[in-house]
Design a protein around this ligand. Structure first.
Ligand code: LLP
Length: 426
């Protein structure tokens, strides 16, 4: 459920008409709902209330500091994958002991900064990383708390580009080698093994792959304990999918996920961490855009809008579906139209939807892409010299710009000319 509903013939974000935001900030823009963010976090928090747990928001999905602050105030931790994300979380007020550092390519410098600033744990993904972290920690006179991310070789049954738990993927240590890797970690004085980490993919729409992976983690926990390791924390990753369309079967709810986690690993007495991104942020955001032209092709109508693939890459990159709705509520008897919905960028991949049935719209009408809160703004670029679009936060009847649209001058001023090009001779 989200808080983007039609009311009095117009689409609202909580108690704010989308059209009012468009009038104030221009289009395109992202808008997020505070109530939806809080609701989704609380669903997870309550689903794991049967035991000691921490929900660490995968901030790669949406990293605006205002959003991080809302979630941190609710008690969330953060899952970060770069020192940039770590520093952003710190800037938003998240304490280091609630920040988990994931990722296959952490550099020594990133490790150093996180150890100095305070960190809950590193999720280590390889032996060379383990050796590097040990050296960095020792050089600082610190001990780094770690889990080892294991790759359980489970098919997550999701889009190939976002599956991470098969042996062919670059993530984690093969679970078959886990015991020797833990034995190695135990010998390194700069590390303290505290648990196990697993993450098998994103936008999972069934619980079975999770359950298969977690059963393997439970078995490994027993084995590692028998080997003499203290395993007190299980990081079970993110990945629970969201409904991208209102007409499909919805993926499982966080409550069912929480019960499954209890079934799979509850008997081990470990503290549970999870790292959801999409489920918290996805349906808490819209991308709002304006129709520039309706253009007739040979056999189709093109809706040319002012948003483009640089603003929302998911359809071009993953063939992702986003529901697209007009901001003015269609009347009950309106005949739907069919459009190819495209942006102004100079490549055919700049297509959001093909032959999409939706209510008829005209030039200057506003439309909204649903489920755009996660992996929307964070994946945007300035391709075609289109400045990053603003982010707006709604809370009840108030809204605020939480990242401003840069001016063209600001965008252009970031380039610098080397001296040899700026001298008069050239
Ligand atoms: N933990 C780790 C280690 C991850 O790699 C990810 C996502 C998550 C947690 C959060 O997964 P979520 O709960 O959001 O499914 N750009 C793609 C999604 C990439 C996901 C990458 N890793 C998209 O737009 O679909």
């Amino acid at each position: 459920m989200d808080h983007f509903l039609y009311r009095d013939g117009a689409l609202y974000a909580e108690d704010v008409p989308i059209a009012d935001i468009a009038a104030a900030v221009g289009t395109p823009f992202y808008v997020y709902s505070t109530a939806t963010l809080k609701r989704h976090f609380t669903l997870f928090d309550e689903a794991l209330a049967w035991g000691d747990h921490l929900v660490c928001f995968a901030m790669k999905s949406l990293s605006n500091q205002a959003v991080l602050k809302i979630l941190a105030d609710q008690g969330a931790g953060m899952d970060v994958v770069s020192i940039g994300e770590y520093l952003r979380a710190k800037a938003a007020g998240v304490p280091g002991d609630r920040i988990v550092f994931s990722g296959v390519g952490k550099t020594a410098d990133e490790m150093r900064q996180a150890l100095q600033g305070g960190i809950r744990q590193f999720n280590v993904e390889s032996e060379p990383e383990m050796i590097m972290l040990d050296q960095v920690a020792q050089s600082l006179g610190k001990v780094a708390p770690i889990t080892v991310r294991v790759n359980p070789d489970v098919d997550a049954k999701t889009h190939a580009k976002i599956a991470t738990g098969k042996s062919e993927n670059k993530f984690g240590i093969p679970i078959s080698r886990a015991r020797e890797v833990y034995a190695m970690a135990a010998k390194l004085p700069g590390l303290k093994v505290i648990g196990i980490d697993v993450h098998i993919g994103s936008q999972l729409t069934e619980l079975a792959p999770f359950e298969a992976a977690y059963a393997k983690v439970a078995e490994l926990t027993e084995q590692l304990r028998a080997d003499g390791h203290e395993i007190t924390r299980l990081d079970l990753g993110g990945g629970l999918g969201i409904p991208y369309t209102r007409s499909n079967d919805a993926p499982p709810l966080p409550t069912d996920y929480g019960k499954m986690v209890q079934r799979a690993v509850g008997h081990l007495g470990c503290e549970i961490e999870i790292e959801p991104g999409r489920l918290i942020a996805g349906n808490a955001g819209l991308l709002v855009s304006k129709v520039i032209y309706v253009k007739s092709g040979e056999d189709r109508e093109f809706l040319i809008i002012d948003g483009a693939m640089n603003d929302l890459i998911r359809p071009a990159m993953y063939e992702a579906w986003h529901d697209i709705v007009p901001v003015v509520e269609p009347a009950p008897g309106d005949v739907p139209a069919k459009y190819d919905i495209v942006g102004p960028i100079c490549e055919s991949g700049d297509t959001f939807a093909k032959a999409r049935e939706m209510p008829a719209v005209a030039a200057d009408d506003l439309i909204a892409f649903r489920s755009a809160g996660a992996y929307g703004a964070v994946m945007a670029s300035e391709y075609n010299s289109r400045p990053l679009i603003p982010e707006v936060l709604v809370n009840g009847d108030q809204f605020a710009v939480i990242r401003a649209r840069p001016t063209y001058e600001e965008m252009i001023a970031r380039d610098t000319l080397p001296a040899w090009l700026s001298t008069p001779d050239n």
